[in-house]
Design a protein around this ligand. Sequence first.
Ligand code: APR
Length: 172
Amino acid sequence: MAVNVIMGDITRVKADAIVNAANTSLLGGGGVDGAIHRAAGPELLAACRPLGGCRTGEAKITPGFKLPARYVIHTPGPIWRGGDRGEAQLLDNSYRNSLRLADENGCETVAFPSISTGVYGYPLEQAAAVAMNAVTCGLRECRSVRDVTFVCFDARTEAAYRRALARLGPAE
Ligand code: APR
C-alpha cells in the first residue's frame, strides 16, 4: 500500500486508472477534464454520453482509449461555497467512490488530480487534507488497488499534498 505525490500531467501517467475531475454532465470541460478528453480522443466523449451524467461525489468509469491509462474514472467534486454546504463530505465521497470503482475493476494503480481545487475553488490545504485521509482510509478496504499517486500540476499543489501526506506520519 503506497501513496505518492508527484508533479506532472495526469494524461501521461501510465496508471491502471486515472481519475478525472469532471462536472455532473460528464460532457467535458476545461482544466484536467479538458486535458483528459483531448488526450483520450473523441471516443471518450462518445463513451460518456450514454452514462447520463454523474452526481457530485459519485463516480463512473470508462475505457481510457488513447490515454496510457486503461480506465478513466470520472467524478464531479463539489463546488466550494464557503464550506458549510457539505463540501468536505462530498469531496471525501469523490475520492472514496473513485477508489472503490477502481478496485471493483481490478486496478492495482490509480492516479488522482487535485479534485475541486481549480475552477471549483476548493481551498487547497483543506482539499489536500480531505483527499489524503479519504485515500488512506479507502485503501484499507481495497483488494486490488495497492498504489495511489496524486499527480499535481504545479508546485504549490504538490507542496500542499506533500504536507498532507507528511501529516499522516510514517505508518501510512
Ligand atoms: N494533469 C493534472 N492536473 C491537472 C491537469 C493535468 N493535465 N490540468 C489541470 N490540472 C489540475 C489543476 O491545476 C487543478 O490543480 O487539476 C486540478 C483541478 O482543477 P480543475 O481541472 O479546474 O478541476 P475542478 O476544480 O475540479 O473543477 C472542475 O472544471 O474543467 C472543468 O469540466 C470541469 O466543470 C468541471 C470543473
